[in-house]
Design a protein around this ligand. Sequence first.
Ligand code: K1U
Ligand code: ZN
Length: 210
Amino acid sequence: MGYLRCATEAAQVSRTAYRRKRQLLIRTAPLECGCSSASNFPTMALLNILHYPDKRLHKIAKPVATVDDRIRKLVADMAETMYAAPGVGLAATQVDVHERVIVIDVSETHDELRAFINPEIVWSSDERKLAEEGCLSVPGIYDSVERAEKVRVRALNERGETFELDCDGLLAVCIQHEMDHLMGRVFVEYLSPLKQTRIKTKMKKLAHAM
Ligand code: K1U
Ligand code: ZN
């Protein structure tokens, strides 16, 4: 119960921080129509997260052609959905949108939202590290996966500008996990066939119980 209350409070803090940040972004970034007012900007929405073993989680996402208001709305809705879950990352594939868009916020204060549009890993360390992972598409399942310890990512931000980011720790784990989602891969596929079968059975039972 303690965890549940913390998670709910964390999600509330996250949503407030994100709304504040988003208001700033909308106020400072001119909209496509050339108008800088946020009055016509649509409100955010919570999106439905697909659950493993849904086949749609295996679709390969296409690159975003133009970073426009449709993509900015998707980023906003994905952020709202990630904070509400609560989670530290979300890939568009998980909300049944098959375009290369990721949101991540691994900060303790839930106010460091990053959007990665058309992300590419341009460098990975040879050193690898085992770390525990969770997934909003496989609720209740946590297990260790080995990945590159550090990566450098190149992507577009919400304004369509290219940036590069050196990632380590949870951010490195999360970005690799989310980029796998964009390639139709779910973290449980790194586990043994026996564990995968058990997880599938558990998830199917859970879906029937709901
Ligand atoms: O992709 C996802 O499903 C999101 C996933 C990201 C992730 C976390 C940890 C290691 C690798 C990838 C999650 O956010 S799972 C939930 C979670 O980690 C969390 C939940 C509440 C508070 C803090 C973290
Ligand atoms: Zn996931």
